[in-house]
Design a protein around this ligand. Structure first.
Ligand code: ATP
Length: 365
């Protein structure tokens, strides 16, 4: 299996830069997510790692060997596409064994290998069935079988579950993750779905407009967003932003929102001008004694919790509270925030003023 490293990789299509200089490392055996909105450059990044697209500049390494200029066929990786094309005139066994046949593997060995893979995927009972009549899930399993059977160094998947309906998608996501845990093969997975990335990934790269915004484990990305883009892209509802004019000395532990002091983490770098206080809905408490006020505009019932929308002098904010809490739309409410959960951003670039890097843990790629 493989470690994959990209160093300052960039891709231009004519005058358009699809991927700006990007660097990160995918460790051996990781389930690694490339996450971002449509057009952010995740597929192009994956295709460069796979050898289907040549980088304009930068270097790509698989297990320490530079492969940037090598074609896909020499990188020993397997691709699983969204529209998994199977050979319709072959049965399941024929489809799975095809890559081995192309390699010239003797028939007895091929048979044993196909059986082994079918066991892993739980499809031994359909090996002799034509692929035409198979369910979506079984087709996906056959496509995976065809990828696994070669024992490649790494699996590359581009929105493999994108075409499936929500319920089935969740089931296949669990199955894929379980398969990965059994095989411990390095897997690089492209998705625009933040929930899928959080649920399945060991690590996530978040991209926007061809730029790597953040790189880290899911919880760090959720708790310690490096930019406003990440804070909004991850989480549902996304992180709240309250804009204010302020000045923060390095290490200062409070900011003033309309003359009301709000405690913030001490590890803030100094900043001044237009700033943003970011807080996730579950870290906003409705607290009658709190001096910072908002007016309750709406509430949305979600079973165990409800999402309350409030207007404040610094913009709209959402709080996730217990659905058993009684809320009166139109009333004023006090708002308090747990200082440990606040992220402050400067507004010009949208960069977080504190990051886990300040506390000795690296989150930037
Ligand atoms: P999606 O999920 O929509 O595919 P993505 O994040 O995977 O989005 P890419 O497919 O990597 O995005 O595309 C990034 C940008 O590069 C897009 O603006 C796309 O139009 C452009 N692009 C991709 N391939 C080419 C190409 N061969 N020629 C010109 N532009 C391209």
């Amino acid at each position: 299996m493989a470690q994959i490293r990209i160093e300052n990789v960039r891709k231009d299509f004519g005058a358009f830069t699809a991927v700006q200089s990007s660097s990160f490392t995918i460790e051996d055996g990781e389930f690694f997510m490339l996450l971002g909105p449509s057009g952010c450059g995740k597929t192009t990044t994956l295709r460069m790692m796979a050898g289907l697209e040549l980088p304009t500049s930068g270097r790509i390494f698989i297990d320490g060997e530079e492969v940037g200029q090598k074609p896909a066929s020499q990188r020993d990786i397997a691709f699983v596409f969204q529209m998994f094309a199977l050979y319709p005139h072959m049965n399941v066994r024929g489809n799975i064994s095809y890559p081995l046949k192309s390699q010239g593997m003797p028939s007895a060995q091929r048979k044993a290998k196909v059986h082994e893979v079918a066991e892993i995927l739980g499809i031994t009972d359909i090996l002799d069935r034509p692929v035409g009549g198979l369910s979506g899930g079984d087709r996906q399993r056959v496509a995976l079988g065809r990828a696994i059977v070669r024992d490649p160094k790494a699996f590359f998947m581009d929105e493999p579950l994108g075409a499936l309906d929500a319920e089935f998608r969740e089931h296949m996501a669990e199955e894929l993750r379980a398969l990965h845990d059994r095989m411990a093969a390095t897997t690089v997975y492209v998705t625009h779905d933040q929930l899928e990335a959080m649920q399945m990934g060991d690590k996530i790269v978040v991209m926007n407009h061809g730029v790597v915004e953040q790189f880290g484990v899911p919880q760090d990305i959720y708790d310690w967003p490096a930019t406003k883009f990440v804070a909004q892209f991850i989480g549902s509802p996304p992180m709240n932003f309250l804009d204010f004019d302020g000045k923060i000395e390095a290490g200062q532990d409070e900011v003033r929102l309309n003359d009301i002091a709000i405690r913030v983490p001490q590890s803030v770098d100094g900043a001044q001008g237009r700033l943003t206080l970011g807080v996730r809905p579950e870290h906003v408490k409705l607290d009658d004694a709190a001096p910072y006020r908002g007016r309750i505009m709406a509430t949305e019932y979600l079973g165990t919790t409800q999402i309350v929308t409030l207007d404040t002098a610094n913009g709209q904010i959402k709080a996730r509270i217990a659905s058993s809490d009684k809320i009166a739309v139109g009333q004023s409410a006090g708002l308090s925030f747990d200082a440990r959960t606040i992220t402050l951003f400067e507004n010009a670039q949208g960069q977080a003023l504190r990051s886990r890097a300040n506390e000795g843990v690296l989150i930037h790629g």
